[in-house]
Design a protein around this ligand. Sequence first.
Ligand SMILES: Nc1ncnc2c1ncn2[C@@H]1O[C@H](COP(=O)(O)OP(=O)(O)OP(=O)(O)O)[C@@H](O)[C@H]1O
Ligand SMILES: [Mg+2]
Length: 462
Amino acid sequence: MKEYVLVVDDEQSLRQVLELFFKKEGFEVDTASSLDEAEAAIAANAYDLVLTDLRMKHPDDGLKVLRAAVQKNPWTQVIVLTAYATVETAKEAIRYGAYDYLTKPFDNANLRKLVRAALARKEDDAGRRKALRESVRGTSAYEGIVGRSEAILGVFELIDRVAPTDANVMILGESGTGKELVAAALHARSPRKEFPFVPINCAAIPENLIESELFGHVRGAFTGAVQTKKGLFETAHRGTLFLDEVGELPQPMQSKLLRSLQERTFRRVGGNEDISIDIRIVCASKRDLQREMVEGRFRDDLYFRLNVIQVIVPPLRDRREDIPALAAHFAEKFAGKHGKPIVRIDGEAMRALLAYDFPGNVRELENLLERATIMETKNVISVGSLPPNVTKIVGSDSVPPDEYQESFPREGVFLDTEMDRVEKIHLLKALEKTGGNRTEAAKLLNISLRSLRYRLQKHGID
Ligand SMILES: Nc1ncnc2c1ncn2[C@@H]1O[C@H](COP(=O)(O)OP(=O)(O)OP(=O)(O)O)[C@@H](O)[C@H]1O
Ligand SMILES: [Mg+2]
């Protein structure tokens, strides 16, 4: 298969030169002349290589192309083109995951060498990726993160790709999806791993204490400050600071945080000495921070500084394949903790878990299994010890699941009628769950509102 490259440059002549070069080298080539075009192309295709000019309309458009490419597929290699004057930024690009940079003007021989080397790394990466998959299959966890769905493997790949860089990372995902575990894995796989990983939950600290918590204070800075105290910034020196629920930071604190990230120094509350720090920031939020930013509650300059690479942890209902491994993991963990001889989860209980939506994601599954482990008197977890809101979904329609499956196909079945019946159950359940809200119901079923309306009409549901 031909290798696929995207050339991004706002200068038409250079674009043409590069296009010709790659065609001669036997590549399939796309070109883009702006950040917008590049983003659209990256969203639509799977490139092996992206070659982008750094300075286009804006000085850091190339960095944005890089980010989009790594975001889309952490295994795409990116080479940045730059004029001599911006070598500093090009170096920054490497920190953010570019393979290398090339200064303009360049000759074809150099470009060829660089392209080959970048693609060789991609090969290496492909080997590592296979190894990664196998290692995850063999054991059960990646830095304590259990799962083997495509979705979670994608998260592991992204972690591997960005952990070695110093880029700030923003982790987004619903509550209980494992954002904190991802943050810890990023640290554990980074060169900073010998230094502290310091988590702070911005939502849990009263507004008036956040500054001293982060930056520390000097003696006498305020009533009660009887001693000079180090803040978490200092504790995290040379390590990683994990700002959980960063969207909850009050505005004045956002400004102070931004300033110390820009200047790599901070002051203790009440102090007048600038203290230098070297920390990597990983942050997380279950809010849509982009929206917070657009609506003016989150500073945009801080957003862009924190959001160099974004890791999205998918909700559990979008990766149900992970449920069996997670359930087994938690059953074992809690059996140990509570001294129970639990050996397995029976088929019916597992089916109930697989069919449940887990609005509280992995945390909910974890709590549910702790409860089940405690409740269970035998050494097998059965539906009886799962909460009713989980089991009612499976048990809802007549035939019990076991016999139901074993009797497939039932004698005299009309598949179309059967499918209609199943569809109707889903529609009714979705409406029940969402209190009749059609938009939400469509979302729950992963269909469009239009399609939902059509189906409701078909079944005569009002
Ligand atoms: N893939 C996983 N493997 C093992 N345990 C997991 C996994 N994902 C989450 N957990 C466990 O689920 C619980 C919730 O995870 P975590 O605290 O990382 O979620 P979170 O995304 O930070 O949630 P919140 O937004 O509510 O803070 C933790 O006890 C964590 O250990
Ligand atoms: Mg958390």
